[in-house]
Design a protein around this ligand. Sequence first.
Ligand code: KG4
Length: 337
Amino acid sequence: MLVLGIESSCDETSVAIVRDGKEVLANVINTQIKIHEKFGGVVPEVASRHHVYQITMVFEEAFKVANVKPEDIDLVAVTEGPGLIGSLLVGVNAAKTFALMYNKPIIGVHHLAGHIYANAIEHEMKFPCIALLVSGGNTELIYMKDHFKFEILGETLDDAVGEAYDKVARVVGLPYPGGPHVDRLAHLGHDTYKLPRVYLEDGSYNFSFSGLKSAVINLAHNAEQRGETIDKNNLCASFQDSVTEVLVRKTLALAKEKNVNNIIVAGGVSANKGLKERFEREAKGFNVCIPSIKYCTDNAAMIAVAGFYQHMVYPNEYADMSLNATASLELEERYEN
Ligand code: KG4
């Protein structure tokens, strides 16, 4: 089965062609990072305009790279939400145009299901499993008893991890998106600042990162007022140590409580080397899957793969030409179990 995947929920225009949910024939990604860098974050209006400029060329490139014809496609899978509404609309309308032109079935895919299923490209997804989803907009612990059965058991009460990374990066003068830069500096320093680890007293599997972020900001500002220089490498290492400790320990605690051996890490922050290293150190005896970096951040291959499995679980659920983009879309509500 040849699935055409389309992703445009934020600042990446991407089109992929994937065979049988596994073999990535093409995964073309046009990123807008350079454009948004000067603003220190994604400007939604600029992002949607750029998707409009790029989408046709990204489509053409994907078919060229995959060396297949539009007629060969069996299913069109497009990110329907959540995300920036103007950006999502470009992908959804491109997907509908393609489906109408070539008379192909079309389905809408949840963006976070895409991140989770990025793991199915290089690994075999085993169930039941716990998925730790960490991106610029989300931090969630999800219990999956089978394909497309999502139960959210923990989430952030304030900032998403990626968001905290990007803000900390800004404070220490690193470019957007800050996550990879903080990760790089963290590996050059040590945990000397001993920042708080927030475990929440309610014993839940929820997260909170705003206190940690404020601690970094205050530390940097106080040092500036006293005319002292902070050691950026050590500050990044301290921040990363605090974040990864909480993420890994909560994930393992939930896995133990649920008696689950399989752990999946997904979303942009799953590209973090410190997180991977801590899982390697602390998750002995668990089967931990993390996608390779190219499938961690937004890309259409993950949407095509998620589309493939979604179609297996919901074989008769096709969208029609009324398919719309949805800025806020809950994973559990989209796929009611
Ligand atoms: O999943 P993603 O591409 O976009 C969505 O949010 O949907 O994630 C982007 C986020 C950004 O906040 C970026 O700073 C973060 O992922 N990120 C990282 C790393 N690579 C990307 N955070 C920490 N360490 C990294 N190596």
